[in-house]
Design a protein around this ligand. Structure first.
Ligand code: BG6
Length: 488
C-alpha cells in the first residue's frame, strides 16, 4: 500500500516570509514588518520608538519597554519588506509549482492586507483581490490552496492598542476576519488552517532564558482565546460551506527519552503533553485534556473563561490535524547532557542522528513514528504541512544548483510517509516547507534556503530575484509524477 491516487503533493509558504510588498495595496503594518535580519548566532530584533521618542530594539519575542511603539527605523534592514516579492511574482512561481506537478499549495493570508489595523468595519478590497488572483491562478493548474488564516503576522494595531491575543476582543475580530475569507473565497478554497503552530506560545519558554512564570500564565490565556477563536471559525466554515475542511496546525514536537531511565521516560511524556498534546487534544477532542489541571497548577494559572467558551470549543472540533516536522529531540533529566538546537523539538543531542548546518537533527524515521502516534491518538486525517531542509546553496555559473543534501533529506521523509501509510495512517497531503526559497523565520536570513526553486536574493537584500530550478526541483517532479514510488 503506497500513497493513494488522491494524495496531495505540494509545497508551503507564509505571507510574511515571501510576499514582500509590505506597504503596498493598502496593507497595514504587522509585527513582521519590524523584524530585523539575524543569523544562526545573532538574534533578530524588533525595532521600536520608546515613549520618550528614542529608537531601540528588543530581541525577537522579548517584551518591549513599557509605552514603546513598534517602528521601522532607517538604520536597520528588514528582510520581510520585500521577501521574495511573491506579491509580484506569483504567476511565475505558481507556474513553476505546476511544472513540478503540485496538487496543493499552502500559503497564508496576511490579516493586515484584509483588515489593515484589524478593527475596520469593511475589508480592504485590494487585499481581497490580490488573494483572489492567487487562488484563480492556482485553479488554472488544478492546484488546491491550503490557506493558513494566521501565520505569525499580527497587525501591529491589534498587538499594541488591544494588547494582542491576551485580550478576548480578538476572538470576535478574528472570527470576523475569517468569515470574510470564507464568504469571499467559497468555491475557491476548501482547505483551511486556523493558527500556524498554535502551540508556539507555550514553546517559547524553551527558548527564552529565564522565561518568567508570568509569561507562561499569559501564554496559556492567549491559547485559551485562540482555542475559542479557532473553534468558532471551524464552526463558521462548516456553516458557510459544508465542503470546507479546517485543520489544527501545530509545531511538531516529537521527543524521545534520551535514555531508558524511567525519569527520562516520564519527563518525555510530560513534555509531549505540555508542548504538543495540550493544544492538539483540545482542538481535536473539543475539551481540555485530563492533565490540563496539572499543567495550569505548575504555572499558577487560573484561566479567565466564559461558559460559552467550552461550548464553542466542543462544537468547533477540527476536521484534520496538520503539523510542521523538521527534526526530533531528546528529553532527559540529566542537566549535563549535550544540548541540541531544533525548530521546536530542542533538548538533548541524539547520538544516532545527523544535524543540519543550523543544528537541527535530521530524522526521517521520526516522522513515521510521529504520524503513527498522532493517528493512533485521534484517528483523524493528517497532513504534513511543513518539512524541509534549510541549507546553503551554491548557484553555479550556468544557473544550476546541486543540492543532493536536500534530496537526501526529503527522500527519507517521503519514505517515512510511505511507511506510515503502509502502517495504516490516513495521510492526505505533504506540503514541503519553503518550496521556493524565502526568508527564514527564526534568523531572517535568505542564506538558509529550503526551496526546490532558488531565488537570487541575498541576506543583505541584494540580488535580481530571478528564479532558478535546483536539482531537487527535477527530483520532486519525478516523485510527484510517480506518486512517491520513484524517490531515487
Ligand atoms: C516553522 C514556521 O516553525 O518553521 C515557518 O511555521 C518557518 O514559518 C519554519 O519558516 C522554518 O523555520 P526557519 O526558521 O528555518 O525559517
Amino acid at each position: 500500500m503506497g500513497f493513494s491516487k488522491n494524495f496531495m503533493w505540494g509545497g508551503a509558504t507564509a505571507a510574511n516570509q515571501c510576499e514582500g510588498a509590505w506597504n503596498v495595496g493598502g496593507k497595514g503594518m504587522t509585527v513582521s514588518d519590524v523584524s530585523t535580519a539575524g543569523t544562526v548566532s545573532d538574534p533578530r530584533y524588533t525595532t521600536y520608538i520608546t515613549k520618550d521618542g528614542k529608537p531601540g530594539k528588543a530581541i525577537m519575542f522579548q517584551e518591549l519597554p513599557e509605552g514603546a511603539h513598534r517602528a521601522v527605523l532607517d538604520e536597520y534592514y528588514y528582510p520581510y519588506h520585500e521577501g521574495i516579492d511573491f506579491y509580484h511574482h506569483y504567476k511565475e512561481d505558481i507556474a513553476l509549482f505546476a511544472e513540478m506537478g503540485f496538487k496543493i499549495f499552502r500559503m497564508s493570508i496576511s490579516w493586515a492586507r484584509i483588515f489593515p489595523k484589524g478593527i475596520e468595519k469593511e475589508p480592504n478590497k485590494e487585499g481581497l483581490a490580490f488573494y483572489r488572483r492567487v487562488f484563480e491562478e492556482l485553479k488554472k493548474y488544478n492546484i488546491e490552496p491550503l490557506v493558513t488564516i494566521f501565520h505569525y503576522d499580527m497587525p501591529v494595531y491589534l498587538e499594541e492598542e488591544l494588547g494582542g491575543w491576551g485580550n478576548r476582543e480578538l476572538i470576535d475580530l478574528f472570527e470576523k476576519y475569517a468569515c470574510v475569507l470564507f464568504n469571499e473565497y467559497k468555491g475557491l478554497v476548501k482547505y483551511w488552517l486556523t493558527f500556524n503552530e498554535i502551540n508556539s506560545p507555550i514553546l517559547l519558554r524553551n527558548y527564552i532564558p529565564n522565561y518568567p512564570k508570568s509569561r507562561m500564565k499569559e501564554a496559556l490565556q492567549i491559547l485559551h482565546h485562540q482555542f475559542v477563536a479557532s473553534a468558532r471559525v471551524v464552526r463558521a466554515a462548516h456553516e458557510i460551506s459544508p465542503d470546507m475542511k479546517v485543520g489544527a496546525m501545530l509545531g511538531g514536537v516529537c521527543s524521545y527519552p534520551l535514555t531508558c531511565n524511567p525519569d527520562d521516560v516520564l519527563a518525555t511524556q510530560k513534555r509531549q503533553q505540555d508542548d504538543f498534546y495540550y493544544c492538539c487534544d483540545t482542538m481535536a477532542r473539543g475539551k481540555y485534556p485530563y492533565y490540563a489541571q496539572r499543567f495550569w497548577e505548575e504555572y499558577d494559572v487560573k484561566l479567565e473563561t466564559k461558559e460559552q467558551d467550552f461550548i464553542d470549543i466542543q462544537e468547533g472540533k477540527v476536521d484534520m490535524i496538520t503539523f510542521s516536522y523538521y527534526s526530533t529531540g531528546c528529553t532527559t533529566v540529566d542537566e549535563n547532557a549535550e544540548k541540541a538546537k531544533g525548530n521546536f523539538t530542542t533538548g538533548a543531542k541524539n547520538p544516532y542522528l545527523q544535524y543540519s548546518e543550523w543544528g537541527w537533527s535530521i530524522d526521517g524515521k521520526g516522522l513515521r513514528y510521529f504520524l503513527n502516534e498522532l493517528y493512533g491518538r485521534y484517528q483523524l486525517p493528517l497532513m504534513v504541512v511543513e518539512n524541509g531542509l534549510g541549507a546553503v546553496d551554491q548557484l553555479e555559473a550556468n544557473g544550476s544548483i546541486h543540492d543532493p543534501y536536500r534530496i537526501a533529506y526529503t527522500r527519507e521523509h517521503v519514505k517515512a510517509m510511505r511507511d506510515a501509510i503502509h502502517d495504516g495512517v490516513d495521510l492526505l497531503a505533504y506540503t514541503y516547507w519553503g518550496c521556493i526559497d524565502l526568508v527564514s523565520a527564526s534568523t531572517g536570513e535568505m542564506k538558509k534556503r529550503y526551496g526546490f526553486i532558488y531565488v537570487d536574493r541575498n541576506n543583505d537584500g541584494s540580488g535580481t530575484l530571478k528564479r532558478y530550478k535546483k536539482d531537487s526541483f527535477y527530483w520532486y517532479k519525478k516523485v510527484i509524477e510517480s506518486n512517491g514510488e520513484d524517490v531515487d
